[in-house]
Every structure is written in C-alpha cells, then in structure tokens.
Design a protein around this ligand. Structure first.
Ligand code: XMP
Length: 324
C-alpha cells in the first residue's frame, strides 16, 4: 500500500525529530492501536523505547503469552510484562457494581503503570521523557466534541490510552491522524500478522465486565475456557471477520442439569456476537441454530463448571455490547 508506505516513512522522521535521544514508554494492551504505535516507534528509535504490558489477571486465555511472543520474540522490542493480577483481584474482591469495577481497574492501572515507568526511568539510562499512545483520529474528535454533549455516563471507559492525566510526560502519538482501517493497513505494512490486525476489540477492564457480579479466579478461569471454545467455533465456521465482536459472559447463576446419570449444579454461560461499524450501534449476529447447538455442546463438554448456554439476541440500543 503506497499511502501507508509513505506515511510510515514520514511518521518515523517525525518521531525521531520529536524524541531525539529521549526515552519513550509505551503501554501495550494487546489491541491493534497500541501494538501498531509501538512497532512504528521501535522502528524509529529502537531500544530507546520500552513497552509495558500490565496483566491485570482478567485477560483472555493465552493473551499474555501472545503479546509477549509477538513483541519480545518476533519484533525484539524491550517489553516489561507486569503480572499485577494479585493487586487487581485483591482490590476487586467482593465488588459487584459495574462502575465501581471499572473505576477500580482504571485507577489501579495508572498506579501500576506509573510505578513501572518510574522503575524504568531509575535504571539510569536517562529518564523516560515520553509516553507513547495509540490515540486515533476518532479518539481525538470524541474527546473534544463531547463537551456540551449529553452528560449521562453510560460506562466509565478505561483503556491504555487514558494514561496521561496524572503522569506528567510528553506524549508521542504517531497515529493521531489515522482512522481504524488505516491503522490496520499500517499494521500490515509493518508486518503485523493478519490474525493480530483483524482482532476483535477487547475492553480495558477485560473479563471483569464479562463476569457480572462478584469476580473470582474460579469464575475467570471458567469464562476464559468457555470464551476460547466459542471463538474457536467462530473461526472454524469462517465467521470471525464478519462479526465485529464476539465473546462469552459468565452469569452469576447456577442451574440444575443432568449429565450421565448424575445431577449437575453449575454456571450458565451467555454468548454474545454483534455486527457493527463503530461500536456505537450494533445488531446481534443471526447464527444458525446448528452452530449454536454445537457450540453449546462443546462448551458444556469441554468446560468444567458450566452446564447451560444461552444466546444473547439483544441489539444496541437498547442493550450495550458488553454486559456491564
Ligand atoms: P458498549 O458495551 O458500551 O461497548 O456497547 C462499545 C465498545 O466499546 C468497548 N468497550 C471498551 N473499550 N475500554 C475500552 O477500551 C472500556 O472501558 C470499554 N468498555 C466497552 C466494547 O468492547 C465495545 O467494543
């Protein structure tokens, strides 16, 4: 793609001019935007960049491994992998309110990231002067145009892009002029594997908001397994790229079932899949019944702790995409 090749060259020059010999820290979420920003910046300034990946313990199955493999091993980008699951799950113990969950995770995320940034600065190779972010053009617009708009908060968003307020660092935002499809094209230009470029969006608070009610390690483990089976089914059916976003939800309800000649009393998994262009509105995806039946059977057979599966047929509005 000629446009993206030209953009890449120009962006690299701009990053070099802005950063000079300074140090840059980039928070990785595993999403496309922060990944593309990190790879581009690494191309521009090499090991002056350090990436920080905060694992809050509410990621999808194998997510940390995927991110570490890609950045450390494939791209050779210095990456600090922080396992902060104890801190996060500890603070979330007993929390059931969706907004409290979101705000707790957002606050802890900044604390953990800030502590890592200070450690990296203290390594003595000069201080970290810049914070890199995968901010896109729509993010820039949205944060401006919302002033004076409706004042109802549906959900307090947390994402890796929300870091700067308390951090007092200069920002490097090489994707500020791009739309999502352009970032994907740039990602391909930078050699980011297709499966990575085409990933469904994943919210900053992670599985916490797909586990309505209290979050426990046991529930998160069940949810991770069920979600992995569901996504595998969708990939095998060739539907992954048609669907905007699909995921499993673990309901805080146990129901009675029968398996062999025994009674079971286990959790219910909800399946969500939507089509959308921007996430602002969405339609539930009309799977055929055969697909849903087979997926339910696989989840119940393969995931211990689940004996019932339901499909969410709510569009947005009135439902939101995530359940919390
Ligand atoms: P809702 O649930 O509001 O979600 O219909 C719309 C889109 O936004 C994603 N989402 C988030 N993304 N931080 C994020 O980075 C968040 O806190 C967050 N909450 C929701 C959601 O997955 C969907 O794609």
């Amino acid at each position: 793609d000629w446009t993206m090749r030209a953009f890449r060259e120009e962006a690299i020059e701009k990053i070099r001019a802005q950063v000079g010999k300074g140090k840059v820290i980039c928070g990785l979420s595993g999403g496309v935007d922060s990944s593309v920003a990190a790879i581009l910046i690494h191309e521009a300034i090499g090991d002056q960049l350090t990436c920080v990946f905060v694992d809050h313990g509410m990621l999808r199955k194998d997510e940390a491994k995927t991110v570490v493999d890609l950045f450390r091993h494939h791209y050779n980008i210095p990456l600090v992998h922080v396992d902060a699951s104890k801190t996060f799950l500890g603070e979330l113990d007993g929390v059931t309110d969706p907004e409290v969950k979101r705000k707790t995770i957002g606050r802890l995320f900044i604390d953990v990231f800030d502590a890592e940034a200070k450690k990296i600065a203290a390594l003595g190779k000069g201080s970290a002067d810049f914070l890199a972010q995968g901010t896109l053009y729509p993010d820039v617009i949205e944060s401006v145009s919302f002033t004076g708009g409706p004042s109802v908060t549906i959900k307090s968003h947390h994402n890796v892009g929300g870091l700067p307020a308390r951090m007092n660092m200069k920002l490097v935002e090489p994707l500020r002029e791009l739309f999502k499809d352009e970032v994907r094209a740039l990602g391909r230009e930078l050699g980011l594997p297709d499966v990575f470029v085409g990933r469904h969006p994943f919210p900053g608070p992670g599985l916490a908001i797909r586990c309505p009610g209290e979050i426990t390690r046991e529930k998160l483990d069940i949810l991770r397994e069920a979600d992995a089976v569901y996504i595998d089914q969708i990939r095998k059916a060739g539907l992954y790229d048609t669907i905007w976003q699909a995921f499993a939800v673990l309901l805080p309800v146990k129901t009675v079932g029968v398996m062999g000649d025994g009674r079971t009393y286990d959790f219910v998994v909800g399946l969500r899949a939507v089509t959308s262009t921007d996430g602002m509105t969405a339609d539930f995806y009309p799977f055929d019944m055969k697909f849903l039946g087979e997926t339910a059977t696989r989840i119940i057979n393969e995931v211990k702790g689940v004996n019932r599966v339901v499909y969410d047929v709510t569009s947005k509005p009135p439902g939101t995409i995530e359940w919390e």
